[in-house]
Structures are given as C-alpha cells and as structure tokens.
Design a binder for this molecule. Sequence first.
Ligand SMILES: [Cu+2]
Length: 154
Amino acid sequence: MSKNYLIILGVAGVLLLGGVAFAFKHQVKTLLMPQGQGEQVKQVEQVGQVNQGEQVPQENKMEAVVVTYDPKGFSPTTLTVKKGTAVKFVNKSGSTMSVASNPHPTHTDYPGFDQFKSDARGKDEYSFTFTKVGSWGFHNHAKPSDGGTVVVTE
Ligand SMILES: [Cu+2]
C-alpha cells in the first residue's frame, strides 16, 4: 500500500511539475507576445517614417512655382528655384504658348525643356521639373521675342 501511495504521489508530483512547466511556458509565451507586437509596431512606425521621408520630394513638387504668360510676356521673367522644383507655365495670353529652352529654334540648351515635345503640347499649362543646375533661358516658341530665365540652384 505504501509503495502504491508513493507511486501515486510520484505521478501527482510529475503532473504538478508538468503543470508548472506548462504554466511557465504559457507565461513566457504571453510575455513574448507583447514584445513581438511591440516590434511590429516599431516596424510600422519605421515604415511610417520612411513614407514621410518619401513625401518630402512630393512636397517639393507641391511647391510648384507658377510663371504666367500674358500679352506682355512672361511674369516673372527671371526666377530662381531649387533643383527638383516644378515650374508651371500658365498661358493667359489668348495666343499660343509653347515654352521651350533657348536657343530658338533648336532648343538645345536644355533639350527636355520643350512644351511642344511634351504631353502639354498645345495646352495652356505646361509644368516642367528642373533637375539640372544652371541658368536656363526660355522663350515662347510661337513668339520667340517673349522669354525669360529660370535659374536652378542646388
Ligand atoms: Cu523656339
């Protein structure tokens, strides 16, 4: 009887230890879970920061400088912008505006800067993002005597 009692006690002890071990593991898991979630939250925050970083150039694009064109010509005629800035030329002249880099008629100073060769061909709004530092003379290809200069800085 005493041997059986010891066996029962032993089995009970093992079960008890097993239960404690299970409980401990479970506790460890519950302790680890929030940490894992915390890391995920950190990653989301980092992704958010990266997105905010990516939005900076978009914000620069949002700061579009507008040059208007009317019968008197372009206004302002000379403007200074930072590299990466979009300059929007808006035609309010009632006549054709086709902005292009100097010299007329080849437009070779800044080959990409040519409304006629862009999607804005024939339209009254032409946006061009200046990515090259320099002083870029431009004119209205339809009336070459009207022009101006965009100075692009770093
Ligand atoms: Cu021209």
